[in-house]
Design a protein around this ligand. Structure first.
Ligand code: DQA
Length: 144
């Protein structure tokens, strides 16, 4: 099974950005953690990060026919991007939305997710372990 892990804007700043909210773990160590987890489960994983909405749309389109599942933390695009919603609907690759923080207990504007409608699940407020839970959910769903 091949899983694409996408991180949106400012997630490359993990460990530096608002550590009280997002923790002290860096982006590099998050990727290492996901990679190790997938290796142990014999899952292929490709992790990418961009601060640009169009890159995320391009990568979702690329997933069509080449990945079996997507884990996405779209960062602030969660609350604004119809383009990401449409891309996910276009490819129909099973997708899990992840947020490190508990978006529902923060500012009002963070409660809206444009892409939730195109996802099989949302994992929020579980810290970086949420990415591993998302991977496990996709693997379980595909019978792996
Ligand atoms: C986030 C929550 C978003 O509201 C925020 O814009 C982020 C990170 C999270 O992981 O908790 O950049 O997606």
């Amino acid at each position: 099974m091949k899983i694409l892990v996408l991180n949106g804007p400012n997630l490359n700043m993990l460990g530096i950005r608002e550590p009280d909210i997002y923790g002290r773990e860096t982006y590099a160590s998050l990727i290492e953690k996901i990679t190790e987890h997938c290796k142990a489960k014999q899952l292929d994983v490709d992790c990418r990060q961009s601060n640009h909405e169009g890159d995320l749309v391009d990568w979702i389109q690329e997933a069509y026919g080449s990945f079996d599942g997507i884990v996405i933390n779209p960062g602030a695009y969660t609350h604004t991007s119809v383009a990401i919603l449409d891309a996910l609907k276009a490819v129909s690759v099973p997708t899990v939305e992840v947020h490190i923080s508990d978006v529902d207990s923060r500012e009002e504007f963070r409660r809206t997710s444009y892409l939730r409608a195109a996802c099989i699940a949302t994992i929020s407020g579980r810290g970086t372990d949420g990415y591993l839970e998302a991977v496990d959910l996709l693997a379980k769903r595909s019978g792996k």
